[in-house]
Design a protein around this ligand. Structure first.
Ligand code: FAD
Ligand code: 2HG
Ligand code: ZN
Length: 478
């Protein structure tokens, strides 16, 4: 991958500035040397970062002071949450930069079951937010494989999608209000709890998905939903993505908004799971070329199982599905989901993997997959496409593993070439080269190729307005 880190400043952070930064959070929470390492590497080991300091503020006031000082000293600041991002957005590449890790800001300030909202600080781990909502008989529906580590701040910074987006939308759809520290240290107290508020521009959405380039989110008012009373999941074996599309449509017409997840999985991903995921077992008796993990959820006890069973029977009669297993209990449902969320990890032992997090219109997913598979295998005979993902949203993680036994480095050296091929097909279908993981550094240099120049100009204008000295996550996104 030809990525050139954008070094903003070659000068080191002065000892005096270092001392002033450390004083804001206290020495214990100002890390240097080896202690910074966990904050400088990311999940796929694709990038190794550099920084002068990692700061772990405990309050919004401390974040504000850090940014005031960063502005004064022109110090680059890289906001970081759980460090699970997949495009390098949370990684600092500048030896004079300060990483601001929000993980200590992990208070859930308020939960209102009656008002259907919760107020979380940026460092609250997503799973903790979900669990707290459930304790109040409410659902916070954002859900993704990294939920045990990723944070609300990172989820909003990257506008995460995940497996519930089909029914509940992406992260930005789940936010009522925000508290944000601006590049100059001022605090925007935007923690509104209103569903309706048309008093001018809706600035929430400028910060959500801005990947730490426009401000540091310190807290958010999140929407809650009734807790599920019934959840039913099925693991389905299919001949083709075309049949998966037919099944998706059938389930949507039979179950309506109760269809909360529709995930597609290629056989190759299942094979990687069987090899590398401890305890993984095939829920179905025989292999299938494709699988769908589908889930129905309802806030009322409502005959959901019968709905799913009869829809799957209908699908079988219409030859849309080859086989299906319904989860008999919670443990089986969890095992189904493990086969889906484990894929990110089980690709790793198979060597180099070239990633594409793409979306196309839902009905174009089958044609996209057919064309991409043929093109990739023609380009690199023996390459192993491992497509999987959120088919209900038209979002496929079109990952390509190296040919078995091939040289990892030589395969990864073809990253740009494979990207160009796959992204070219995505463009043909009017799709996006980043459906949910963002731009970060991984796709920064591709953005001008795919974005309308007028849109890029507007983005640059926003950046200049919110961060005129380019101290916030410089070199990311733009
Ligand atoms: P980080 O990685 O720390 O940061 C992500 C970005 O947000 C960076 O640009 C950072 O600068 C910025 N940021 C962090 N905190 C703040 C803040 N307080 N204010 C402003 N900006 C901030 N993503 C999906 O969308 N869907 C998935 O299904 C999904 N599944 C995943 C599964 C696995 C196993 C892994 C490893 C990752 C997955 N991801 C997925 C990617 C990642 O987990 C998400 O993008 C997540 O939302 C990042 O949260 P984080 O706290 O780790 O953020
Ligand atoms: C998922 O949906 C994530 O599991 C990660 O977005 C995708 O590993 C990946 O490429
Ligand atoms: Zn995903």
């Amino acid at each position: 991958m030809s990525f050139r880190p954008h070094i903003v400043s070659q000068s080191a952070l002065s000892p005096a500035a270092r001392e002033r930064f450390a004083k804001i959070v206290g020495e214990k929470y100002a890390l240097t040397g080896e202690a910074m390492q966990p904050f400088l590497r990311e999940p796929r080991d694709l990038y190794e970062g550099r920084a002068a300091l990692v700061l772990k503020p405990g309050t919004t006031a401390e974040v504000s002071q850090i940014l005031r000082l960063a502005q004064e000293t022109k110090t680059p600041v890289v906001p970081q949450g759980g460090n699970t991002g997949l495009v390098g957005g949370q990684i600092s590449f500048d030896g004079s930069a300060v990483v601001v890790s929000l993980v200590r800001m992990n208070k859930i300030r308020e939960v209102s079951a009656e008002g259907n909202y919760m107020v979380c600080e940026a460092g609250v781990v997503l799973q903790n937010a979900q669990e707290e909502a459930l304790r109040h008989d409410r659902l916070f529906p954002l859900s993704l494989g990294a939920e045990g580590t990723c944070t609300i701040g990172g989820n909003l910074g990257s506008n995460a999608g995940g497996t519930g987006a089909l029914a509940y939308g992406v992260a930005r759809d789940l936010v009522l209000g925000l508290e944000v520290v601006l590049a100059d240290g001022r605090i925007w107290h935007g923690l509104r709890k209103l569903k309706k508020d048309n008093t001018g521009y809706d600035l929430r959405h400028i910060f959500i998905g801005s990947e730490g380039t426009l401000g540091v989110i310190t807290a958010a008012v999140l929407k809650l939903f009734p807790a599920p009373r019934a959840v039913e999941a099925a693991f389905v074996g299919l001949k083709s993505p075309k049949d998966a599309l037919s099944l998706l449509n059938l389930l949507q017409s039979r179950a309506g908004s109760a269809l909360t997840s529709f995930e597609l999985i290629a056989r190759m991903a299942m094979e990687f799971n069987f090899l590398h995921l401890p305890g993984a077992r095939d829920p179905l008796g025989a292999p299938h070329r494709w699988y769908a993990l589908v889930e129905l959820t309802s806030p009322v006890e409502s005959g959901l199982r019968e709905t799913l069973e009869s829809a799957l029977e209908e699908a079988a009669e219409k030859n849309m599905v080859e086989d299906a297993a319904l989860a008999a209990n919670e443990a089986q449902r969890a095992a189904f989901w493990k086969l889906r969320t484990g894929i990110t990890e089980t690709q790793r032992p198979e060597g180099g993997s070239i990633k594409h997090d793409v979306s196309v219109p839902v009905a174009s997913v089958p044609a996209f997959l057919e064309e991409a598979d043929a093109a990739v295998i023609k380009l690199i005979p023996g390459a192993r496409p491992v497509p999987f993902g959120h088919m209900g949203d038209g979002n496929i993680h079109y990952n390509v593993s190296q040919p078995a036994g091939a040289d990892r480095a030589a395969f990864l050296a073809r990253w740009d070439e494979v990207n160009a091929l796959v992204h070219g097909i995505v463009a043909k279908f009017g799709g996006s080269i980043s459906a949910e993981h963002g731009i970060g550094v991984m796709k920064r240099d591709l953005l001008p190729e795919v974005k309308d120049p007028v849109e890029l100009d507007m983005m640059r204008a926003l950046k200049r307005t919110f961060d005129p000295n380019n101290i916030l996550n410089p070199g990311k996104v733009l």
